[in-house]
Design a protein around this ligand. Sequence first.
Ligand SMILES: [Zn+2]
Ligand SMILES: [Zn+2]
Length: 375
Amino acid sequence: MCSSPAPFLMSTMFPILETSLVACSVLMSLPGGANCCREDLREPWVPRNRMPQGWRLRGSRGHGERLILIFSSRYSRLRQWNTLYLCGTDEYGTATETKAMEEGLTPQEICDKYHVIHADIYRWFNISFDIFGRTTTSQQTEITQDIFQRLWNRGFVLQDTVEQLRCERCARFLADRFVEGVCPFCGYEEARGDQCDKCGKLINAVELKKPQCKVCRSCPVVRSSRHLFLDLPKLEDRLEEWLGKTVPGSDWTPNARFIIRSWLRDGLKPRCITRDLKWGTPVPLEGFEDKVFYVWFDATFGYISITANYTDQWEKWWKNPEQVNLYQFMAKDNVPFHGLVFPCSALGAEDNYTLVSHLIATGTLEDWTRNIPRE
Ligand SMILES: [Zn+2]
Ligand SMILES: [Zn+2]
């Protein structure tokens, strides 16, 4: 009478420059010692010589998702369910470009270096992914460009002009974290391009007074630049319909449901999917040759391209929503990208993509300890 369950697809991914597993080990130990602080746990779980130089324990974000993922994948393998367990490093974006500059390497060299370090740590922990992949592959470019092209052809991509700060000396547009200046609200002198650390208000970088390029300290100029936007409002009905079919009765965690609900309640807005950078997936559109896709547009396609690097049968996993159960595990700040932006892109591409069936989001350590019953 017992029917065999649908195949399981499990995935998580994290930025190349972060040390997530170290934080994961923190949660591993908490049930036995709720009073331990992070520093107490560092030594027993991760010998110092295994910690990449200069990496830090991440405090606020939980990263318990790695742990849940390990248990879930081992459980489903023990049950002999057909399971694909994948993980990888997400390697594009400004953080990589900057780190490369600091270390005097090219972005590709810095990714090669850190990918090996990540993979080595997972081996040391005896975590047996089917594949531990990365996003800097030709499959990633091919799949991302294909999804984009389908969205473009179906009218789900808009063009608009954005005002941005550009450093003429560095010859590049400055991402928010590479500009500093005086807060237009409280006058704090070291406000960042996206937020003021003193008054906490969100800032649009072009509003900063006396802006400075953080790399060369010269004063950037305001330039307008043409960008592409994913038309989320146009995809909202499809998203709602899919959520209505998927979420009730699933293992979506309450915080994931709440985060997606609050985005929808506030109304979806078009989301910029391109950046004036060199390090990223090229945009296959005339007039956009000097831009790349925003890392959060294509990072989640990394799961697909990593699978494509593992097997040429990848479409049996990723274009098979009727038969595949997709579990995704993440910290709660990644919920909008996995539960909203990726599904909208995939639904708009109209290519029968497998979408997340169960979205498991972990909170911060603080959320977690708040829920520990106290005697
Ligand atoms: Zn301020
Ligand atoms: Zn500069």
